[in-house]
Structures are given as structure tokens and as C-alpha cells.
Design a protein around this ligand. Sequence first.
Ligand code: TTP
Ligand code: MG
Length: 412
Amino acid sequence: MQQIIIHVDMDAFYASVEMRDDPSLRGKPLIIGSMPQERGVVATCSYEARRFGVHSAMNIKEAYRLCPNGIFMHPNFEKYRAVSDQLHSIWNTYAGASETIALDEAYLDVTEKAGSWEGACGIARTIKRRTLEELGLTCSVGVAYSKTAAKIASEEKKPDGYFEIPTPEAFVNLILDRDVRVLYTVGAKTAERLNSAGIRTVRDVRDRPEEVIRLLGKQGEWITRMARGEDGRKVTPYRPEEAKSISRELTFQADVDDFVFLKDVLFLLSMSVERRASRVGLYGEGVSLKLTYADMKTITRSKLIPSSRSAARIDREAVSLLEQVPRRPVRLVGVGIYHLTGEYARQLRFEDLLPQAKDRQEAYVPERLRDLHNRYGLDFAGNLDKIFHGETLYRTVEYMRKHRGRTASGGR
Ligand code: TTP
Ligand code: MG
């Protein structure tokens, strides 16, 4: 049997949550992101604000110029994450496999559970109804024979939309005269290359496949297949909350009761976690701290964060967790990020949303490295990368432990 896929996407997600929780915001142009006087961008905005031309990723100053009477609000990520968990747990009950694309978006493979096309459409309606009844939020849903088609279907009647694309023929008829950018993976750059060859619409792609392939290689092959409605991609089960963590831990040769030193070690571990996360292209939406005390009792503490992998952010969170635990001699310390999400997640990085936070973070690492230089006489110039390899980090930390107090040590 052919696959049947549902794509669900919440309407103006962050803004809708805020409007649900504060009726005085309803019906108003609500802009979630930075404040107009700050530097930064729009994360999302209500449909009322969209009428003024405001949209996601727009510079906040521009948004203010277009919509000076809008209500501007900072995002509350922890709240959206909690709502997101509720959403996905409703949706997942209807799917054989579900793939979380963003906090507010998922692909559901309902082929087996629905048993028929009509069954799938029934599930899609039920999902809309339950999302509204149980969480007070509207979503847009597409039912289709492929992922590409389901995604386009969910966008078709937004907001509070419902649309079906049962066959490749229906899909092709729908998008034939649209801009090439409607095809998944075709962004502004690719579109420009196609346009300069006179290929502007899906019809052009369909009619001139050799040219598209010559121009774009592998991507071209994919695009020409999509223009014929072919997309056999499966829904790949991916639930960020089930993804593993990236962490780094260290056991000291002798127990440590110096919390200034412990914080310095946390910083190095945080930097190491950042490096590992960058290498695999992941961000964390939670930071965890692990301590084993001298009596072998192990504790872990964790905190949700807007997705990030910056050492500065990880370290700040880890230090604030450390400040809430008992101060007793420690034999092992570890730092990690969890709730991993990939680069493709569309949620803006916190650092992008509030660049002033980024500035602070950029200064953070050099400042902390200077601390280490002052306290232990360490000079990382040039070989910072080398110290993070397993044994080397361990030796560096032992060196620090032994050279504590030889130089003036500040802080607690
Ligand atoms: P989207 O689903 O793209 O947008 P939306 O739900 O706000 O609006 P629509 O009705 O058009 O679907 O993204 C979901 C949330 O992700 C959004 O509410 C805010 C966040 N987001 C960002 O932080 N930055 C971005 O650039 C985008 C596109 C979204
Ligand atoms: Mg959405």
C-alpha cells in the first residue's frame, strides 16, 4: 500500500500560545522576538501583525516601522517547549512513525493506523479537533501520499487549514505554475541559478529536466523527480526528547573542595561539549551537571534552555546549577547538553534572537581563559584545540589542581 502522511504545523505558534494565555492580546498585532529598542529579530507574529507585512526573521526595527502599534514580547521558550510536548504526545498516538521537525511541526506516517485514505483524513480532522479542544490552539494539517505533498498541503489553507493531496497527479496540478521555490530544498540561491537559465516555475523544471540536472547535479535530480510528484521519503522516527546527550566528565586524582577550581573545570568541560556538538551539527535544549561526591553519592541537575551549543551558555547554566548543590568534596564532575536538535530545526538560535546576549557570550570565553591564565599560569595561545583530547584535558586539569593558589586566586 502507498504511504499516507500527515503534516501538522501550528499557526503562529509562539504568538498563539501567548494569546491563548492572555485574552487581552487576542485580535491584536502581537510580535514575539526582541523589543524594538533592542537589536534582534522577529521570531514570529500573529496573523494580525502579518497584515502589516511583519514576518519571522525580520529585523525588529523594520517590524516596528511597519507596525508601531504592535505589542512586542520576548519569547518564553520553556512554556512553548512544554506546550510542544503536549502537542506531540496527542499527535503521536495516531502515527505509526512520527518525525518531529520543530516544536510546532511534525510528519506522521498514518498508513497502518488509518488503513485507508478516508481513515487518514478522519485522523487528520481528529488531530485538529483535539489540538483545539485540549490545548486551545489551531493548527494546519495536510494529508498526502508523500512528505513533500503533505507539507505543501498543510500550508495550502493556513491558518486553521485542512487540505488533501491524494495523488502525484493532484500534487503536480496544484503546483505546476508556482515558483520553483515551492520545491523542498530550493532556496533563494538555487532559485536564482534556475531563474538565470530561464527556469522559473515547476512546469519549467518538469519540461526541462536535463538542464536542471546539468545545473544542479544531484539536487537537480531530486528536484526534477519532485516536479513529477515523486517523493518516496519515509517518515523517520525522530523525537528530540529521545535523542541522546553530548557530555564530558572527569574524575579527579584527589577530591576537590575548591569551588573556584571546580568552576574552572566546568568551563573547560563546557568548551569541550561545544566542540563535540559543533562537530556533529547538534544543539542542546537542556544543560545537565553531574557530580559524584567523595562519598560516592552521585547527583545530577538539569535545566532547559533555548537551543544552543555555546560554551558560554552551557557554562553559565552549569555554574548556576552548581551553585544550588551542597558544597562537599567532589571526585567527579560532568557537564552535558541533552534534548538534542539538528541544524535543520527552524527555531532561531537564542543567540540570533537577542544578539546582545551573543555579545556577552563572545566576551565570555576569552575572559574565562584569562582567568585560567591568571590563576594557573596556563597559556592556551595557539593550542586551545589540543587540550580537549581525552588524556590531555585530564592532564591539564590535574596540572591546574596542583598549581592552584600558586598565583593570586580571586573569587570564592
Ligand atoms: P513556523 O511554523 O515557521 O511559524 P509559525 O508557527 O509562527 O507561523 P505559521 O502559522 O506560519 O506556521 O515556526 C514555528 C515557531 O518557530 C514560531 O512560532 C517561532 C519559531 N520560529 C523562529 O523562532 N524563527 C523563525 O525564523 C521561524 C520561521 C520560526
Ligand atoms: Mg507553524
